[in-house]
Design a protein around this ligand. Structure first.
Ligand code: PLP
Length: 440
């Protein structure tokens, strides 16, 4: 091992892949071995590796203006242009954009904006946030408390109660259904539970409901039809904002521009963007606020004199320049439309894996998918996490990088530029990995 403290890694683990370079949808290790990037890094390298236009945009910006900040009346052209571009793209009315560096800090920003909003609107109690079991929203102290995956909570004493964070059901029909329950009945039950929670806590104490339209790290869960329509009806009834965490779903991942479009979520109040915003060439995130929410923040700012929140690197010129170029490429090259087609092809190629003895469910939308690994297909009984770990290593051996998620599933989320021929290669390698796992 090295002297690095590795993120989200078993410190006792000894196996590592030393990734030295990348090109298109492939990366190469220090022995020259080629891997197909089945997870786009960490769900983020949408345009793949070595995109010359992004490299040129970064280089030009470093020469033009390597740094400026956005505090107290300063700005720079790239930041303003990027905000305009995002505003034009997102399904959020009259959006205003706050820039950060990561999905986690963008979600932290929203916790603060919600509190600021509660005070600004004279309802300081209305600040609790409802999240879902198994949700993943980052790992800073605050965003880590929004997250509810055990690995991210255990031993960290996250300030869940102090931040007024509540949990409701995860919309995974396959695992969460009662015996004999239809999808519709499942949705009605869990949305009913959401409303019960709101009534028990008091709607006047709850600011927002936070969800990834389709989840990533919690196992690529696509909620059943009608779920979000019913959730939004309940939230609207109780004057609670919908906060969409689009860190993974945003920018063409799920077969449309945003996960909200794919899942019929209308005009969310808040939207978190990161990862594919810059195709992960540089760190940048955006906290998108609906216009009417932003308007309520303006008056108290002038009373206090300042909205006292911001990072040294909020709107860093390098991040803005690369993100702007990324969004231009998405539009110019019709990347989302192409990804919708290759996404449909990926889902078609993955569907037959449901017949594999180790697989209980194949799920996904567009270019994001997961296989649920089960020891008993009839009951859906899962394996211990070591099996998804073994499969991950077996796929890597075959030259495919994927990721174990939520202990029992194996996730795929290739770059948006993947071709059908490369998807054939991906599924061949996946089959090799699964068979090696079965034989083990
Ligand atoms: N939200 C979601 C849905 C994510 O998947 C992630 C990271 O994977 C985050 C937030 C946190 O983003 P970051 O790792 O950039 O802090």
């Amino acid at each position: 091992m090295t002297n690095v403290i590795y993120p989200t890694t078993n410190f006792k683990a000894t196996e590592q892949i030393v990734v030295e370079r990348g090109e298109g949808v492939y990366v190469y290790d220090n022995h020259g071995k080629q891997y197909l990037e089945g997870l786009a890094g960490l769900w983020c390298t949408s345009l793949g590796y070595g995109n010359q236009e992004l490299i040129d945009a970064a280089t030009a910006q470093m020469g033009q203006l390597s740094y400026y900040h956005a505090f107290g009346g300063k700005t720079h052209p790239m930041m303003m242009a990027l905000a305009d571009k995002i505003r034009d793209m997102v399904p959020v009315d009259n959006a205003k954009i706050f820039f950060g560096n990561s999905g986690s800090d963008a979600n932290d920003t929203f916790i603060k904006i919600l509190r600021y909003y509660a005070n600004a609107t004279g309802r300081p109690e209305k600040r609790k946030i409802i999240t879902r079991e198994r949700g993943y929203h980052g790992v800073t102290v605050a965003a880590g408390a929004l997250t509810s995956l055990p690995a991210n909570l255990t031993h960290f004493d996250a300030p869940v109660e102090a931040l007024g964070i509540l949990r409701t059901d995860h919309p995974h029909y396959y695992k969460g259904r009662h015996p004999g329950e239809s999808e519709e009945a499942f949705v009605d039950r869990i949305v009913g539970n959401l409303e019960k929670l709101i009534l028990a806590e008091g709607a006047d104490t709850i600011a927002a409901f936070l969800a990834e339209p389709i989840t990533g790290a919690s196992g690529v869960i696509v909620p059943p039809a009608g779920y979000y329509e019913k959730v939004q009806a309940v939230l609207n009834k109780h004057d609670i904002m919908f906060w969409a965490d689009e860190v993974i779903c945003g920018f063409g991942r799920t077969g449309n521009d945003f996960g909200c479009t794919t899942m019929n979520i209308e005009n969310p109040a808040l939207m978190t963007l990161a990862k594919q915003l810059s195709s992960a060439y540089v760190p940048i995130s955006a906290s998108v606020v609906r216009g009417d929410i932003y308007e309520a923040l303006v008056e108290p700012v002038s009373e206090v004199g300042v909205f006292g929140h911001g990072y040294t690197y909020s709107g860093h010129p390098l991040g803005c320049a690369v993100a702007l170029k990324t969004l231009e490429i998405y539009e110019r090259d019709n990347i989302f439309e192409k990804a919708a087609k290759t996404g449909a092809y990926l889902q078609k190629k993955l569907a037959p894996f449901a017949e594999h003895p180790l697989v209980g469910e194949v799920r996904g939308r567009g270019l994001i998918a997961a296989l649920e690994l089960v020891s008993d297909k009839a009951t859906g009984e899962g394996f211990p996490p070591s099996v998804a770990g073994f499969l991950t290593n077996a796929c890597a051996e075959a030259g495919l990088i994927g990721r174990p998620v939520a202990g029992t599933a194996f996730a795929l989320c290739p770059p948006l530029i993947i071709t059908e021929a490369q998807i054939d290669e991906l599924t061949d390698k996946l089959a090799t990995g699964l068979d090696a796992t079965l034989a083990h």
